[in-house]
Design a protein around this ligand. Structure first.
Ligand code: 6CS
Length: 338
């Protein structure tokens, strides 16, 4: 009788221990991003969450823009380990990781979604060189991906750099982006996202740049009257994890995260096909008077020429490591563009 009881007690204890271990291992991981759940970063994050939850016991809690503050706040929270994952664009990471500003040398990236997808998939600069810059800041770089061609929205038409003269132009808080818009002839004004709509509404600023889906979803057309596309950039973003958290995970969990990132990447490249055009249609439906200008090659020439100055500034800001990265970046691009 006594023996039976002891055996049962032992079995119950083992079961309880197993249950508690499972509970301890099945953690909830917090992931913040800079857009709404229905925007590109939100669609990426949702796919990542679905994949992690389907292939592990972990849960992902998503925090869209506005729930935890501005981009600078979510970066701090990730570095402090309060958040496990963050999506932050190099547009805001530029001061922390100067090399990430390479994305703001104009006319480097192609606009074709297929070519871009292949570039981000295969680039040595992105997949082998960037992670160490992020690691120095306590971050594990998990994935970089494009979000769409960047166009300007202004109050008045822009067909040449002179039209940007004295236009206070909102840019993300990134020193090279400031140089980019100086070279384009504007007066760049770095601001966090939260101050952009109000700044345009009150006239403190008169222009800003963003991909078409964001111009539509953030209703930039309500506070500006002209969209101008000069083909100078494609919005890039980056998802990273707190490095201590990531390094402390089992190999199995790290693999679940990597696989989920790969799946979310393929999903977001696919999702973006036609998104620019669909978003533009919605803008014109909401505001038929919106003027949309896509500058031709001749009109783009002075903007293209300005890129040289910005590239020189990038090298001045980042030295040898930046120069080496830029060279690799160009080599990787050549391999995927026609
Ligand atoms: O311009 C910005 O600040 C915002 N643009 C996009 C496309 N995503 C988030 C970012 O905060």
């Amino acid at each position: 009788m006594k023996i039976t009881k002891r055996v049962l007690t032992g079995a119950a204890a083992a079961a309880a221990l197993a249950a508690s271990m499972t509970a301890a291992q099945a953690e909830t991981w917090r992931y913040a991003f800079e857009e709404a759940i229905t925007d590109v970063q939100g669609v990426f994050a949702t796919k990542f969450k679905e994949e992690v939850e389907a292939n592990s016991d972990h849960e992902i809690q998503l925090f869209p823009y506005g729930t935890l503050g501005e981009s600078a706040d979510t970066m701090e929270q990730t570095q402090d380990g309060i958040l496990q994952f963050v999506d932050q664009s190099p547009g805001f990471t530029g001061s922390l990781i100067p090399e990430a500003q390479v994305f703001f040398v104009p006319y480097l990236l192609p606009q074709d979604t297929e070519e871009l997808g292949e570039f981000f998939r295969t680039s040595k600069a992105i997949n082998e060189m960037f992670p160490k810059f992020y690691a120095e800041q306590g971050l594990e770089l998990l994935k970089m991906f494009p979000e769409g061609e960047v166009c300007m929205t202004t109050k008045e038409p822009v067909s040449e750099p002179a039209d940007l003269n004295e236009v206070k132009f909102r840019v993300m808080t990134n020193p090279l982006l400031v140089e980019n818009y100086k070279a384009f002839g504007a007066t760049p004004t770095p601001l966090p996202w939260g101050e952009t709509y109000g700044g345009l509404q009150t006239g403190i600023i008169q222009g800003q740049e963003n991909p078409m889906f964001w111009i539509e979803s953030a209703k930039m057309y309500e506070v500006t009257d002209v969209i101008t596309c000069v083909g100078h950039n494609n919005f890039t973003t980056a998802v990273m994890a707190n490095k201590d958290f990531y390094d402390g995970l089992s190999e199995e969990d790290q693999q679940v995260i990597q696989d989920a990132m790969d799946a979310a990447f393929e999903h977001i490249i696919d999702y973006q096909k036609g998104l620019h055009e669909e978003s533009l249609e919605k803008i014109l439906e909401a505001k038929p008077s919106m003027e949309v200008n896509v500058l031709d090659e001749e009109e783009r020439a002075p903007f293209v020429a300005a890129a040289e100055e910005v590239e020189a500034k990038f090298i001045e800001m980042t030295g040898d490591s930046g120069e080496e990265l830029l060279e690799q970046f160009k080599t990787d691009l050549e391999a995927v563009t026609n």
